[in-house]
Design a binder for this molecule. Sequence first.
Ligand code: DOR
Ligand code: ZN
Length: 427
Amino acid sequence: MTLIKGAVPYGEGDPVDILIEDGLVAEIGTPEADGGDVIDARGLVVLPGFVDLHTHLREPGREDTETIETGSAAAALGGYTAVFAMANTDPVADNPVIVEHVWRRGREVGLVDVHPIGAVTVGLKGERLAELGAMARSDANVRIFSDDGLCVADPLIMRRALEYSKGLDVLIAQHAEEPRLTVGAQAHEGATAARLGLAGWPAAAEESIVARDCLLAGHVGARLHVCHVSTAGTADVLRWAKQRGTQVSAEVTPHHLLLDDDRLNTYDPVNKVNPPLRTSSDAMALREALADGVIDCVATDHAPHAPQDKDCEWSAARPGMLGLQTALSVVIQTMVRPGLLDWRGVAGVMSERPAEIAGLPDHGRPIAVGEPANLVLVDPKATWTVNAARLASLAGNTPYEGMELPGVIKATMLRGKLTARDGQAVR
Ligand code: DOR
Ligand code: ZN
C-alpha cells in the first residue's frame, strides 16, 4: 500500500491524496492510510506514466552501449512505464526467439514494460517480409513492426507489410527515408550543410516516403505510423492525409522540437542523428503540429552509442542521441513554457496517445479509481542540469550536456511499485 499525498492530477485543480493498493488506484481524495509507504507529493504534478514508442536498447549485440537493464533504468528515471524496443539489434529482432528474449529480459528487470518491436523484413534488408505472424503470436505478443534505422523503401514490400498488418491487427512504423536521395548524406540539405561541406539529406527524402506510404495505407485500408517526423513538409503531408481519412499516426522526437542544424557548426558528432536536425523553422512547425494533433505523440528515438562511435570525425560517427531521461524536460521547454500544451496535453502526447497507438490497454489510462497505478510525479518548478556521467544509460551521447532544463521527475510507479524515486532507479 502506498499513499501519494498532495499531488495535483494533470496540474489542474486542488491537490489530492491517492491511495494505491494491489497495483491499482484504490481511492482518490483524503484516504485514511495506516502503514505502507507515504510519498510527500506536495507541489508535484501527477501524470499517467509515459509510453515511448521508439527506444533503442541495444540488447542483444551492443551491450557495451546499453542493456535492457540500463535502458529500463533510464526509462523509469524519465517517467516511462512502457517502452517499445526497436528491432535493429544484432542479431536483428526478426524472429520469435529474439523478440521473446527481449520481452523476458524486460520482465525480469521489471522497471518498465518492455515491448519488443519486430523487424518488417528479414535482417532489415528490405527484401523479404519477416515472420510477422510468428512474432505477433509469440509470447512477446509483438504489436509494432519496424525496420527503423532503415526505410522499407520498396513500395511493393511496404504494400505487402501493410496488408499483412491489417490481418494481424498490428502496426507498421516507417522510418521514412528514400535511400536513393540520401546516399552518403551527413546533414540536413540546406545552407548549413553547404557551408560545412557535408553531403545533404533533403527534406523531400522523408516527405516523399510519408506521402507514398499514406497513399498505400489508404489504398489497402491499413494503419500506418510514421517515426520521428523531422520536417515542416512532412507535417503538411500528414495534415492532408488525416483530412482525407487515412489511418496514420506520427511521432516527433524531443530533439527535433528543440534543436536545429545551427548546432552543427562545431562539427561535434553528438549532434549527428537520423533524420538530421533540420532548420529552426522546421522545429517551430513541428511544435505547432504536435500542439494541434497533426503529430500524435512524442517518442524519444533514444539511441545510445559507444564513445568510439561518437568521439570521431563527423562522417564516421553513428547517428543517434540519448533521449529517455531528458524527454519530459525538453517537452516542457518547447511545448509547455511557450503555452502550446498544458499538463493534460503533455499526458496526451507522452502517455495516452502512444498507449492508444500501440494498443496497450493498461497504460495511458486516466488517473481514476480502479485504474492501474502507472504514474509519474513531476516537480514542475524545479530545474536540473544535464550531466551525461550521471545518466543511467551506459552511453553518454546526450546533446543536452550542461544545459539547465525545467521539470524534475520525483517518482515513477509501475503497477503500484516504485521504479524510480528522487533520481534513483528502484530495483
Ligand atoms: O539517429 C538514429 N539512430 N536514427 C535511426 O534511425 C537509428 C538510430 C540508431 O539505431 O542508432
Ligand atoms: Zn529511425
